[in-house]
Design a protein around this ligand. Structure first.
Ligand code: ATP
Ligand code: MG
Length: 389
């Protein structure tokens, strides 16, 4: 079945109103029945391209041709009608609704003027069983695991007869076992003629699942390749545009800092809603050391980070020492003054104040400093240099 073009992008360019050129002259072709990955660094322009295909954004110039017809989707509803589905990284489900009610929302089977719920359950369960989703469609979404919620999102696209399904970072919320199960299903969809556009940062997964791979760098396409004609090293080089730094000897390590400890966490314990959220966590990080914390989303990583940074308002037991000083009772600002900084997962939501100017964001950590603080009026404007210097 592979070989027939289902979607074609011709010189697609997207310039956001603030002047950011997210995509520039992108030419890409997607074939019916293939699993086609789109890879690129953070901010390369992958999601923007997918949003244009799904009708959430419209191109500034260029054309999108779907099944031989040039399309100008005004919204995702147009894309859904045409047979395109998208599963966003952050699910769009209503937790208090059942699976079936989430799935039929906006496209309900009716009997006269009323929703035919019995028919809705029948059709939804039928689609679920056909693709081995192992879901009871009458269950409440709030009772489901993250992997099952994702299944509901995928099921929603199939219920609407999506032929082309876009998955934006679908594996970031899954365990390796769940990812393997998802891949079995994606291969099944492919065998039934669906086309999958798969976005991921995990290149091993991209290599494992893709028929073809397209690379985007700085909003520009760096070509489409057959999976079997690319090594992992070539793929990495295409994504970052240079050889990956392999000489690590030039960097300092913790031994260069006499194994001094930058952070010590002792016996951290916290409960949330009567259940243990953190259960006696202890570790230390040396200066010059990188510590990785592994785990599937929702297993306490965020609670741990919130306790270390001072963002957590729930009372917790244990001790946090930052650069030799007991910081347990300190607020965020004092912890920052000890040398702690935090780049959150949700950069737009927690990392910056999007409605304020860059200068206000820049001084938000330094506003008490003498050269910035002018008595009652905290900031001098306009700020012309970086306050960190
Ligand atoms: N609504 C918007 N307005 C202005 N600029 C935007 C908007 N959305 C995205 N951008 C910018 O467009 C560029 C491409 O962003 P996009 O989200 O498409 O990248 P991405 O490859 O999906 O990145 P990631 O891997 O982090 O998800 C980035 O510079 C981003 O900051
Ligand atoms: Mg993205």
């Amino acid at each position: 079945m592979i070989g027939e073009t289902i979607l074609k992008l011709d010189k697609v360019t997207k310039v956001y109103p603030n002047g950011t050129v997210a995509n520039r002259d992108i030419n890409m072709e997607f074939e019916k029945g293939e699993i086609h990955s789109i890879v690129g660094e953070n901010g390369a322009g992958k999601s923007t391209l997918m949003k244009m295909i799904f009708g959430i954004e419209s191109p500034s110039s260029g054309t999108i041709t779907y099944k031989g017809q040039e399309v100008h989707f005004q919204s995702s509803l147009d894309a859904i009608k045409a047979g395109i589905g998208m599963v966003h990284q952050h699910f769009m489900l209503i937790n208090s609704f059942s699976i079936v009610d989430n799935i039929i929302l906006g496209d309900e089977p009716t009997k006269g003027a009323f929703i035919d719920r019995k028919e809705a359950v029948r059709i939804t369960q039928e689609v679920s069983d056909k693709y081995n989703f192992e879901l009871d469609v009458t269950a409440k979404v709030s009772s489901l695991s993250v992997a099952k919620k994702q299944k509901v999102e995928i099921l929603k696209t199939l219920y609407r007869n999506a032929e082309l399904i876009i998955l934006d970072e679908p594996t970031s919320v899954l365990t390796p076992q769940e990812t393997e199960k998802l891949f079995v299903q994606l291969r099944q969809f492919k065998e039934q003629g669906h086309t999958i556009l798969f976005i991921s940062h995990k290149l091993e997964e991209v290599k494992a699942i893709s028929d073809r791979i397209s690379v985007i760098r700085n909003g520009v396409s760096k070509g489409t390749y057959r999976n079997d004609e690319l090594t992992m090293e070539q793929l990495t080089n295409l994504i970052i545009g240079r050889d990956l730094e392999s000489n690590l000897d030039q960097y300092k390590t913790h031994e260069d800092f006499n194994n001094e400890k930058a952070l010590i966490v002792n016996n951290l314990k916290m409960e949330r809603n009567g259940k243990p959220a953190l259960n006696d966590i202890s570790f230390a990080v040396k200066k010059g050391e990188i510590l990785g914390i592994a785990g599937v989303e929702g297993n306490g990583q965020l609670d741990l980070i919130r306790c270390i940074t001072g963002l957590e308002k729930t009372k917790y037991d244990g001790k946090i020492t930052i650069c030799g000083t007991d910081a347990t009772a300190m607020n965020i600002k004092n912890r920052r003054d000890l040398g702690m900084a935090y780049i959150p997962e949700d950069r737009m939501g927690d990392g910056i104040a999007g409605s304020l100017p860059i200068s206000d964001n820049m001084i938000s950590t330094y506003y008490t400093r003498d050269d910035i603080n002018k008595g009652m009026l905290w900031t001098t404007r306009p700020l012309t240099r970086c306050p960190m210097n």
